[in-house]
Design a protein around this ligand. Sequence first.
Ligand SMILES: [Zn+2]
Length: 58
Amino acid sequence: MAKKNENRVRVTLKCTECESRNYRVEKNNHNTQSPLVLNRYCPKCQKHTEHKESKDKK
Ligand SMILES: [Zn+2]
């Protein structure tokens, strides 16, 4: 009877400007079905940019 969070998926957040993968987050697939887009700081662009979810293959 393991408590597993089956709805949790790991996603990588990718900068939409330079495409570098800067953040890794867990999202709840049950609540969130649309792709994540978050405004995060990109070290490469040295500013806040939109980061879009791209799924990890694991
Ligand atoms: Zn960037």
